[in-house]
Design a protein around this ligand. Structure first.
Ligand code: M7G
Length: 183
């Protein structure tokens, strides 16, 4: 008997193709709802650090698309971790796995309800990890998730993780979005 997860999760893959629109470049890879199915997926796909520049993996609760426009995301935001280039070889894959295990294991307890998914962006200027939550005004839930995230990754630097509302990310023109919370 396989071990059921509390939620069903969908893994998405984004591969940049300039000839296509952003959403067209987003593909559903697989849906799983047991620990065993998670590991067999994880063990046969490329690790995040092996992806080419511009690609993303996203893991979202089934039924939520990994985009700002989804009804479950549109009032939400993300905890964002910016990694240094050198962390791709040292930290990226471990961090991403840890984030996934927190999500599918419902490690955020009562705040797990607020979780929509997580994204890893592979970028030449520095990779990014984020956890997307549903409501950018739910301060308590957001802070609990942020603290748990930092703790799980063993990040101790104060103020190193910022939460930004998708509404701000959407509007940002080149520069950094106005963040709302930090841990
Ligand atoms: P990114 O891939 O999140 O980060 O956004 P990057 O700047 O490090 O590459 C790059 C661009 O992709 C954005 O400026 C948008 O044009 C597009 N994009 C990203 N996201 C997450 C979305 C989304 O949720 N919806 C739409 N419509 N476009 C998006």
């Amino acid at each position: 008997i396989k071990h059921p997860l509390q939620n069903q999760w969908t893994l998405w893959f984004f591969k940049p193709d300039r000839a296509k629109g952003w959403e067209e470049n987003l593909r559903e890879v697989i849906c799983f709802d047991t620990i065993e199915d998670f590991w067999s997926t994880h063990n046969h796909i490329k690790s995040a650090s092996e992806l080419s520049a511009g690609c993303d993996y996203s893991l979202f609760k089934a039924g939520i698309k990994p985009m700002w426009e989804d009804p479950r995301n549109k009032n939400g935001g993300r905890w964002l971790i910016n990694l240094d280039k050198k962390q791709r070889s040292s930290e990226l894959d471990n961090y991403w796995l840890e984030v996934i295990l927190c999500l599918i294991g419902e490690a955020f307890e009562e705040s797990s309800e607020d979780i929509c998914g997580a994204v890893v962006n592979i970028r030449p200027k520095g990779d990014k990890l984020s956890i997307w939550t549903a409501d950018c005004t739910n301060r308590d839930g957001i802070m609990k998730i942020g603290q748990k995230l930092k703790e799980s990754l063993g990040i101790t630097t104060r103020g190193s993780i910022v939460y930004e509302a998708h509404n701000d990310s959407m509007k940002k023109s080149g520069s950094v979005a106005k963040f709302r919370y930090t841990v």
